[in-house]
Ligand binder design. Structure first.
Ligand code: DAH
Length: 339
């Protein structure tokens, strides 16, 4: 009898069942009234008296073990059922609707990537700024019109706290902390107190570039501009520099590219001139370098700044600036395949 008990103990150790009816079959086989264990119990009375104690103990052990085993099989079946419920693993996965990158983000990234290839790295600064970083450090005269209420959103008057009107403020922040060589590109949002229309908004985006080192010249600036224009708008693009004025650069220029819509022949977009203006630039004014603790007798540099909306319009022909901030899905979805 001991042999039979040992045999069943070994069997029970290896019991496997994953479905309810399989478990029930095992219960019947071992634990029902006519099952293996009950049969042994019935035979117990025939066991010799001196063996009764040991056989009795082993028999109880077997019964308990069989009971435990069946219970734990039932338990794991229930657990599996509760997690599997309702999940059809053979079903095709529901497609996840991917969002799209915003056209301004696409173009901002493209601009930054081009300058990164020239060795520029990204720098960012706060949108809520003080007068020093937005105006004074950049050589704006006290009565410069850009400081006027018409243009600048003031948050506090004294000391003056403003929403930055251009990303040139990031130049100052970096120059104050770092000595040349400096080669940074600063993307960001800027604010101006303008009436909202199809061609103006109270917030828009700029990318600023700044390069300062020994012997940086206007020729370096021209080279970078040419590279940028050809990478952004195609190798046939021509550039043109017109003298201009900015407080923080001397000399200053504005750059036009040959109209990428008519190829320079003249069309309504370029007002039949064949050229469209895309950015401002120049050699950093020595006053700005000195204001920021950089020795203007040792170092020179160039800076340039452009509006992301303007470049996006040229690339994607968006006629109304307000489209960029209206979150109209029909507009945004058109950029699904852009990268
Ligand atoms: N900050 C100018 C603006 O908002 C753009 C600009 C012009 C930036 C010339 C520059 C620059 O760095 O050199 O209109």
């Amino acid at each position: 009898m001991i042999d039979k008990i040992n045999e069943l103990l070994a069997e029970i150790d290896n019991l496997k069942a994953t479905k309810a009816d399989e478990i029930e079959a095992l219960r019947i086989k071992y634990l029902s009234k006519k099952g293996e264990i009950s049969n042994l119990m019935n035979d117990f009375r025939n066991v010799a008296a001196e063996q009764k104690r040991e056989v009795g103990m082993r028999l109880n052990e077997l019964k308990e073990k069989a009971q435990d085993c069946i219970n734990s099989l039932k338990e794991s079946l229930e657990n599996n059922q509760s997690t599997d419920q309702g999940i059809d693993l053979t079903r095709t996965a529901a497609p996840i609707e991917l969002g799209t990158r915003h056209p301004l983000s696409l173009v901002k990234k493209e601009i930054c990537d081009i300058f990164k290839r020239l060795g520029f790295s990204i720098a960012e600064g706060p949108e809520i700024e003080d007068d020093w970083h937005v105006f004074s450090s950049l050589n704006f005269a006290d009565d410069h019109p850009a400081r006027d209420m018409q243009d600048t959103f003031f948050i506090a008057r004294s000391p003056e706290v403003v929403l930055r009107t251009h990303t040139s403020s990031v130049q100052t922040r970096v120059m104050e902390k770092q000595q040349p060589p400096i080669r940074i590109i600063c993307p960001g949002r800027v604010y101006r107190n303008e009436a909202i229309s199809y061609r103006a908004h109270c917030f828009f985006h700029q990318v600023e570039a700044l390069y300062i080192d020994k012997n940086v010249s206007f020729a370096d600036l021209k080279q970078a501009l040419m590279f940028f224009a050809k990478e952004m708008f195609g190798t046939d693009t021509k550039i043109r520099l017109r003298p201009s004025y900015f407080p923080f650069t001397e000399p200053s220029a504005e750059m036009d590219i040959s109209c990428n819509i008519c190829g320079g022949k003249g069309c309504p977009f370029c007002k039949h001139t064949g050229w469209v203006e895309i950015l401002g630039c120049g050699m950093v004014d020595p006053n700005v370098l000195d204001n920021c603790g950089i020795d203007s007798k040792v170092y020179t540099g160039y800076a340039l700044g452009m509006g992301v909306e303007r470049i996006t319009n040229l690339k994607y022909r968006v006629k109304d600036l307000r489209m960029f901030s209206e979150n109209d899905k029909r507009f945004l979805e058109q950029f699904k395949n852009a990268y």
